[in-house]
Design a binder for this molecule. Structure first.
Ligand code: ADP
Ligand code: ZN
Ligand code: ZN
Length: 715
């Protein structure tokens, strides 16, 4: 008998609520590797589990006498090579227990949904007469069928003593038990109509409507949608089909998402796009920065960089910041790659998440689009990673554990998979900028398509408004522009920084912002049972809130706050003629809530969209000509060393929402600190200039990327 090199194994048992790993002994003759799917005893039951780590030694607090052996290995090499190394690297780097990483990475119920099956292995006639009755019964049952292969659940239902019988047969080696994936989701089909040639003879009005609607949708549409849009029954469709103008086919739909209604074709690339795509193809492994303003054609570059990857049979991973952004982007990927596109995020139902995860694991050429946790989905044969809006802070997971930054994990994955990682953005993070801008891995798309100037920015001094007696949330300039919107058929976006973000204290009269006397970070307003107080989030300084401005003695010295709801109320009061939609975490909670709101706005059902950070991203709304940034101060004075960078990025992003079509756009930024050093860079859209001065500031203080910070939280 051989003794395994590492006699102990830590197992994640499939029992929700259990937070720690359990240690089991590896019986002699059995080999267990990380990622293997096991059966292990737990109390009086046997449950599924995943081997996490083999151990040379038992933890000191564990008594070897009490360690039970692994019952069996159900499946090995279920996960792709390197996957467990990635999870361990994450656990190590972020000093997080591996079990928490594993829980974040695997879909809920992975083991429960899988099936244990039993099959005969000795087909030669064994001496069954000597078997005890329970085993004999099971043996006979299994042998009724030539393959002798049943799900364990089925056997337990049929034979009351199946468990006792199985123990004997397993020991004899006459049967084996294995782990099988549940059947892939049953394909669902739906009818799709495709226009195959343009009708030449005369059509009835109904038939004409069908042809028109189809033409409108690129020639392909689901039959039910088509009938609804054209307001016809089946008859005209059938007529068109018999005449050979139309083909009606069943097409598969997956639980993992809808097929796109139509396919779009790759666009001929601009020279800048062309250069980018070629550079990506030649890049080899590791990160590239794709820097292009909103509307400069980054998404088209992603699509064309992915096409050859899929053609080679490899998979692509596309990471996006928030779900609000996903619908429009996802639609474009689906339009290009159809059902090869999988979507993965925590808003999916467990079943969808599980299906998607399993499909990804199957190693087929798919594009997996997801939010940060998708970086942990196993994709064997990964050929390209794209991280869109790379500067976005939502790639960072803070709560619950594991804390990780999806951008960092993506670089490891690209390294491991030996593939490029495209970091795309209109506003690169300082880290990425400093690392890649000086290299040949910096790719720029300098112009919008078609070329249009970026909208000019007007800075409005809100202190002046106060002086002339305007106490409303809207400056006179903004109010004027809002009033003239509907006549011109234009739309506006009003951007209000997220509540809770704007909790610094400032003077409405002179713009003075109260900073920490020890470290100069903006102090943050807190309300608690003991009353109000101001805290410094960096050094822990605390003080009470002064009644008057220390600089000008003005009594208008308050913490700052201006939520979307207040803005909507103010609009209703001052501009009752405007139709307003609110877009924030309250109004977009339902599944598809984002999409519905954005679609309503895009269809012109409102004149003004009032929203938080969420609406700065991924929107292509051609009728928007005006962008108002209310309470810009809420961003300029955050208690965070990245505050300036974040503010600048947000302003550039939100400004990019204006004037994306024919009509030129305009941005109005309202502030109590119009001489803030950041604003000249914004007015000139001078990204390199801003980055240079920001980097200089960080260097002095040793902040990232010129130093590293570790957050240790003791609770
Ligand atoms: P970004 O992702 O940088 O915001 P998009 O890829 O969305 O930019 O491109 C902006 C618009 O320009 C989209 O409507 C897109 O269809 C169009 N577009 C992109 N590339 C081209 C191209 N090479 N030729 C024509 N139109 C293009
Ligand atoms: Zn003041
Ligand atoms: Zn301080």
């Amino acid at each position: 008998m051989t003794t395994p090199a590492e006699p102990w194994v830590e197992v994640l048992v499939d029992c929700p609520g259990l937070q720690s790993l359990f240690t089991y002994a590896i019986p002699a003759g059995l080999s267990v590797a990380p990622g293997d799917v096991l059966r292990v005893p737990l109390g009086s039951r046997t449950v599924g589990g995943i081997a996490i780590q083999a151990r040379q030694q038992l933890p000191p607090e564990v008594n070897p006498e009490q360690v039970r052996p692994v019952t069996e290995v159900l499946s090995s090499q279920f996960f792709p090579a390197g996957y467990w190394a990635l999870l361990s690297q994450l656990a190590n780097y972020y000093q997080t227990p591996l079990i928490q990483v594993v829980r974040a990475a695997l879909p809920p119920g992975l083991l429960r949904q899988a099936q244990r099956r039993i099959r005969l292995c000795a087909l030669a006639d064994a001496d069954a007469d000597a078997l005890p009755p329970a085993a004999r019964q099971l043996w006979d049952y299994l042998r009724q069928q030539p393959q002798g292969d049943y799900s364990w659940r089925h056997l337990q239902q049929k034979l009351p003593q199946a468990a006792a019988g199985l123990r004997v047969l397993l020991r004899q080696g006459w049967v084996e038990s294995y782990w099988s994936q549940p059947d892939p989701p049953k394909p669902q089909f739906r009818q799709v109509a495709t226009l195959v040639s343009s009708p030449e003879d005369k059509l009835t009005p109904q038939q004409q409507r069908v042809v028109d609607v189809l033409g409108h949708h690129g020639g392909v549409l689901e039959v039910t949608a088509l009938k609804q849009a054209a307001q016809v029954s089946d008859a005209p469709l059938k007529r068109l089909a018999t005449k050979g103008y139309l083909v009606i086919q069943a097409q598969e739909t997956l639980r993992t998402g809808q097929n796109a209604g139509h396919r779009d074709q790759p666009k001929p690339l601009t020279p800048a796009q062309q250069r980018a795509v070629l550079a990506i193809q030649a890049a080899g492994r590791g990160p590239l920065l794709l820097h292009g303003v909103t509307g400069s054609g980054k998404t088209e570059v992603y699509l064309q960089a992915l096409a050859p990857v899929l053609a080679r049979g490899q998979a692509g991973l596309v990471l996006v910041p928030e779900i609000g952004l996903t619908p429009q982007l996802t639609d474009r990927f689906r339009a290009r790659f159809g059902s090869q596109v999988l979507v993965y995020h925590s808003g999916l139902a467990d079943g969808e998440r599980y299906d998607t995860w399993r499909l990804a694991l199957a190693g087929r050429p798919v594009v997996l689009i997801g939010t940060r946790s998708a970086v942990l989905v196993p994709l064997p044969n990964l050929g390209l990673i794209i991280l869109d809006e790379e500067h976005d802070s939502s790639f960072k997971q803070e709560q619950p554990a594991p804390c990780y930054h999806a951008r960092t994990v993506a670089t490891w994955r690209a390294e491991e998979a030996n593939c490029p990682l495209i970091l795309g953005t209109a506003t690169p993070s300082l880290e990425t900028w400093e690392a890649l801008r000086p290299t040949d891995r910096y790719l720029e798309l300098p112009e919008r398509i078609p070329p249009r100037p970026l909208p000019p920015v007007t800075v409005v001094d809100m202190r002046r408004e106060l002086q002339v007696g305007n106490f409303s949330l809207f400056s006179r300039t903004l109010a004027e522009q809002l009033t003239s919107l509907p006549q011109q058929g234009h739309q506006a976006i009003l951007f209000v920084p997220r509540r809770g973000f704007s909790s610094f204290v400032s003077c409405r009269s002179c713009g003075y912002v109260l900073g920490c006397p020890r470290c100069d970070t903006s102090l943050t307003y807190h309300q608690h049972s003991a009353g109000e107080g101001l805290h410094c989030h960096y050094c822990g300084w605390r003080q009470t809130q002064p009644d008057h401005c220390p600089q000008c003695e003005s009594p208008y010295f308050k913490h700052f706050g201006c939520g979307t709801q207040r803005v909507v109320e103010a609009l209703e009061r001052h501009h009752p003629q405007l139709r307003v939609l609110r877009f924030d975490s309250d109004t977009t909670q339902t599944k598809d809530g984002h999409r519905k709101l954005l679609t309503a706005f895009a269809e012109g059902k409102a004149d003004v969209l009032v929203g938080t950070q969420m609406l700065t991203k991924g929107l292509d709304l051609p009728r928007v000509t005006l962008v108002g940034i209310l309470a810009a101060d809420g961003l300029l004075h955050l208690g965070d060393y990245r505050a300036q960078e974040r503010a600048f990025q947000l302003f550039v992003q939100v400004a990019g929402r204006a004037g994306r079509a024919e009509a030129p756009g305009h941005v109005i930024l309202q502030t109590y600190t119009p001489d803030h050093p950041l604003l000249p860079y914004l007015l000139a859209y001078d990204y390199p200039g801003f980055m240079a001065q920001e980097a200089a500031g960080r260097q002095v203080l040793g902040y990232p990327p010129h130093g590293r910070l570790i957050l240790l939280r003791l609770t």
